[in-house]
Write a protein that binds this ligand. Structure first.
Ligand SMILES: [Zn+2]
Length: 46
């Protein structure tokens, strides 16, 4: 589980509330608030 503000690294993350996917392209990218539901919890899916 990852939260908004973390830099968990390159990959695809999915909001656990609405299933919106977020792509991070580098190790310095920060997880944003979910663009769809504004929640902040994600799981890594790829
Ligand atoms: Zn969401």
């Amino acid at each position: 589980m990852h939260s908004t503000g973390e830099k968990p690294g390159k990959g695809i993350y999915q909001c656990i509330n609405c299933n919106q996917k977020i792509k991070l392209s580098g190790s310095s990218d920060t997880l944003p608030p979910c663009p769809r539901c504004r929640k902040s919890k994600y799981k890594k899916i790829k």
